[in-house]
Ligand binder design. Structure first.
Ligand code: BGC
Length: 375
């Protein structure tokens, strides 16, 4: 089943490998937005990092990636001399809201927030704005607020195009007669990233669906139909079980399952293991979570998208330092991420294609995982 991946993806991958975060892409710079022009109010005028307090709010400890993001942020911020208030919110919006308010009451000078639900932090953000505390949206854009100073993330649309292009290349959709059967699983509707992942992939796959070369047997194509609240593995699994028993139990072959990330791919993989005996489909993912990487090595997941959380953390720590020192802040995108109120100056890191052929170089040689973790 292994094929040489098409030139577009190869080029994308090569570029991504070279560029990473803060690599070959020349960043533009921007001054701090009007509402946070000053350095953090609580320490205005202070340029040393020593006593600056950074509140870091992560969505949940349940998914591996956020544990890594939190740990990397804490380590890097502390190494730079900051005091860190790191909180995980158990995927509960109210918890994240009150944790963020507590960070502000406890004297946070800068906030870094990976929102559970992009639009649900209004009160805490109003509080931050009234105290002139800069807010960096981490990985996920915070919506409908002018209190967001900067956004640092991976290129979310590109994550989707890498997944979509992979399916096109593996099924050789430009040349093969088809038709091929496909199913789709997307992410959490409350997470602004989920739409970017879905659109990136679907912008490439939709023409093949429209022409009939790709057939979504379940008929579930629209984002609302394929979304997975909270990105939960169990939810993705039970939807996949229903789809398999309703559409594939008669021996219909499934060629590909587009999954927006690893937690949803895991649900699909679990469902396939118990409910499907045909030719194993191509399955996409994102994050290179340990269990999914093991599945890639075992041939149960075809690819993932590696988002090196160390690089995102470094970029955000750089942003914090630039804000604190009243320097211009490195951004490389000032037009894509409108949150409904403002277009947030952003730094996009490049995601990297990963599969069973390159995981060693990407994940082990780079020190992201040890070989033992993947056994
Ligand atoms: C992140 C993904 C992650 C997903 C579920 C998204 O916002 O960008 O990397 O898989 O959330 O946690």
């Amino acid at each position: 089943m292994k094929k040489i991946i098409g030139s577009a993806l190869t080029l994308l991958t090569a570029t991504a490998l070279l560029a990473g975060c803060g690599g070959t892409t020349a960043p533009t710079t921007t001054a701090a937005p009007a509402d946070t022009t000053a350095a953090p109010a609580a320490d205005a005028g202070k340029t040393e990092s020593k006593s600056i307090r950074v509140g870091v709010s992560m969505p949940t400890k349940d998914l591996q990636r956020w544990n890594q993001d939190g740990a990397n942020m804490q380590a890097e911020l502390e190494a730079a001399g900051y005091t860190v208030d790191l909180q995980y919110a158990s995927n509960d919006v109210q918890t994240q809201l009150s944790q963020t308010e507590n960070m502000i009451s406890d004297g946070a000078d800068v906030l870094v927030i990976a929102a559970i639900e992009g639009s649900s932090l209004g009160e805490a953000l109003d509080m931050a704005k009234s105290k002139n505390i800069p807010v960096i949206a981490y990985d996920r854009l915070i919506m409908n607020s002018d209190a967001v100073s900067y956004y640092a993330t991976f290129d979310n649309y590109m994550v989707g195009t890498v997944q979509g292009q992979y399916i096109i290349d593996q099924l050789d959709l430009n040349n093969a007669a088809g038709p091929f059967n496909i199913e789709i699983t997307a992410g959490d509707p409350g997470d602004n990233n989920a739409g970017y992942f879905y659109n990136g992939a679907m912008d490439l796959l939709k023409p093949f669906i429209d022409s009939g070369k790709l057939k979504v047997v379940s008929g579930q194509v629209e984002f609302e139909q394929v979304a997975t609240p909270s990105w939960a593995t169990e939810t993705a699994q039970s939807r996949a079980e229903n789809i398999l028993s309703s559409n594939y139990a008669d021996g219909t072959n499934l060629d590909a399952w587009l999954c927006s990330n690893d937690s949803t791919a895991m649900g699909v993989e679990n469902a396939l293991a118990a409910n499907y005996t045909g030719k194993y489909p191509i399955i996409t993912g994102q994050d290179c979570d340990i269990e999914n990487t093991k599945n890639m090595i075992a041939g149960k997941q075809s690819m993932s998208v590696f988002k090196d959380t160390r690089k995102l953390a470094s970029q955000v720590v750089k942003m914090v330092t630039q804000i604190v020192n009243k320097e211009t802040v490195d951004v490389n995108d000032t037009s894509t991420y409108n949150n409904g109120v403002i277009t947030v100056p952003s730094y996009l890191c490049e995601p990297v294609f990963a599969d069973a052929n390159n995981y060693k170089e990407l994940l082990i040689d780079s020190g992201y995982y040890t070989e033992d973790q993947l056994k």
